[in-house]
Design a protein around this ligand. Structure first.
Ligand code: F6P
Length: 564
């Protein structure tokens, strides 16, 4: 049973009232980043933080010393530290599912065995045992000791999953491509749209392909359908090539050599026909969107190797420890979450962009969308009562500089306040020159230019001084005071990426705690799944069609009229 205290209503705290008054005074006086920088030579120093290999600059946010002080007071009044400690120690803070929330146990070192329990389960000991099994398996695949049914080395991995069983692995695989050193190419199938599978298996040799079916529940329609389809593709192609004779025994043997599974439901894995010996487990105290560092990352261990995966885990763990051990006033993880609350609940911001200045991180915004929005997109608190505030930022973004030529216009001059996180790295694995110009520096110049333009803008007088005709002046004014956080790393290594993911996990936690949300369930995805089961027969069945609402019925009739 859960021993979680009832959520505190943030709006009833003294800090909230003080923040409201402070907001009114700040906006009455005029938000003025330029003025605040001029008035306080220590602003950057006070609002910059070093977290491991990251230098994080909060100074271009719409905050003053007073704001930061009040946000920290709010954090204390909301008991963020207590809830963090409850999470780390295995209290069932996921109340609607009565589960512990222990993704932090996934990255603890082996020496922490015996320190974190869920009931009788020694979580860290079990994590390390599973990691050892995965490392041994991955080494076999990487070295070529693990062979396909015709004795060939594995050259391609297809990982099938969706949501948390896909977004993390894809994002990390893409982000850490320079570290994939085993000559094994990974592809990820998630969508039940047959186009996804068709494109991903194109050109693959089934004799050298290993398939990983990843599903926490092993009940997900998309994943099981894709898993069956890929199994049919693989077995049929092997048979057509004469690699297997097509007998039941030969097909079972091929599945054994070419299919492995990752799940918390190992009984269902066996039902699917995958040998339980080739299954890797995790536990219900790991949420799907918090699982990339569990067995869900098996494809990554194969691509990167166990040593680099350990560095990845260490990156998470270092931030976990930083978040736990750093006083709130200096704790940039907590402060970033609190500043987001400031924008959502006081400035009325609805969305938040994440803009990686690193092409390898092109799936990071999509990854964060599930992490942040599936976690905090809720209308009730963890005791079932309605929320008392707005919640749940809409996360979106694209890598810079591409986004600059697409939607930054709205961030610079639109009518909405959109706080933005810009992420960049000092070094690139692909240094290049265009004549004398270092191209990475040109790229980084763009990163810095955007934060500067957003913060300080361009006044009418500056526009006029450029000789702009009077009638065009207003269109060329940049108001400035558009908040950004700069996250500057040294190199995009496995360690750095683990740290970044953990940073956003805990930012999400801080926001969820202020809002009183159970950030670890996802009931909002269930209704659509149920209805899809009811609706699908209506494509062919008149009785099922008649049972639909008028709009759904009309859409299905359109489908029936035009299908080929
Ligand atoms: O539909 C949402 C969801 O439940 C996510 O929370 C989860 O990451 C995804 O589906 C996949 O679930 P599973 O890993 O159980 O297949």
């Amino acid at each position: 049973m859960s021993t979680v205290p009832a959520p505190i209503d943030a709006t009833s705290t003294p800090a909230w009232a003080a923040l409201r008054k402070h907001y009114d005074e700040m906006t009455a006086a005029g938000v003025d980043l330029k003025g605040w920088f001029a008035a306080d030579p220590d602003r950057v120093k006070k609002l910059s933080f070093d977290m491991g290999e990251f230098h994080i600059d909060l100074s271009k946010n719409l905050v003053t010393d007073e704001t930061m002080k009040l946000l920290v007071e709010l954090a204390r009044e909301m008991k963020i530290e207590e809830r963090r400690d409850a999470m780390y120690s295995g209290v069932h803070i996921n109340t609607s599912e009565d589960r512990a929330v222990l993704h932090t146990a996934l990255r603890r070192p082996a020496s922490d065995a015996g320190t974190v329990f869920d009931g009788d389960q020694d979580c860290v000991a079990d994590v390390r045992e599973m990691l050892d099994r995965m490392y041994a398996f991955a080494e076999k695949v990487r070295s070529g000791e693990w062979k396909g049914v015709t004795g060939k080395k594995i050259e391609h991995v297809i990982s099938i999953g969706i949501g948390g069983s896909d977004l993390g692995p894809v994002m990390v695989y893409e982000a850490l491509k320079p570290y994939s050193d085993a000559g094994i190419d990974c592809r990820y199938i998630s969508n039940i749209d047959p186009n996804d599978m068709a494109e991903k298996v194109r050109g693959l040799d089934p004799e050298t392909t290993l398939v990983i079916v990843v599903s926490k529940t092993f009940t997900t329609l998309e994943t099981l359908t894709n898993g069956r389809e890929v199994r049919t593709w693989l077995l049929d192609a092997l048979e057509a090539a004469g690699a297997i004779d097509g007998s039941e025994a030969s097909r079972a043997e091929a599945v054994k050599k070419h299919f492995v599974a990752v799940s918390t439901a190992l009984d269902l894995v066996a039902d699917f026909g995958i040998d339980p010996e080739n299954a890797f487990g995790f536990w219900n105290w790991v949420g799907g969107r918090y699982s990339v560092d569990s067995a869900v990352g098996l494809s990554l261990i194969i691509a990167l190797g166990p040593e680099r995966f350990e560095c990845f885990l260490k990156g998470f763990h270092d931030v976990d420890m930083y978040f736990q051990n750093t006083p709130l006033e200096e704790n940039v993880v907590a402060l970033m979450g609190l500043i987001n609350v400031w924008y959502v609940n006081f400035f009325g911001a609805e969305s938040h962009t994440v803009l990686p200045y690193n092409q390898y991180m092109h799936r990071f915004p999509a990854y964060l969308q599930q992490l942040t929005m599936e976690s905090n997109g809720k209308g009730v608190r963890w005791d079932g009562s309605p929320l008392t505030t707005a919640s749940g930022e809409i996360f979106w973004g694209e890598p810079g500089t591409n986004g600059q030529h697409a939607f930054y216009q709205l961030i610079h001059q639109g009518t909405r306040l959109i706080p933005s996180d810009l992420i960049a790295f000092v070094n690139t694995p692909n240094p290049n020159k265009d004549g004398d110009q270092d191209v990475h520096e040109l790229f980084l110049g763009n990163f810095l230019a955007q934060t500067k333009a957003l913060a300080f803008g361009k006044t009418a007088d500056e526009v006029r001084a450029e000789g702009t005709p009077e009638e065009l002046v207003t269109a060329r004014i940049f108001t400035g005071n558009r908040p950004t956080t700069s996250i500057f790393g040294i190199d995009l290594t496995p360690h750095a990426l683990g740290a970044l993911i953990a940073l956003y996990e805990h930012i999400t936690f801080v926001e969820g705690t202020v809002w009183g949300i159970d950030s670890f369930d996802q009931w909002g995805v269930e209704l659509g799944k149920q209805l899809a089961k009811q609706i699908t027969p209506a494509f062919h069945d008149d009785e099922a069609l008649a049972a639909q609402d008028a709009s759904t019925k009309a859409l299905i009739e359109f489908y029936r009229a035009h299908r080929k």
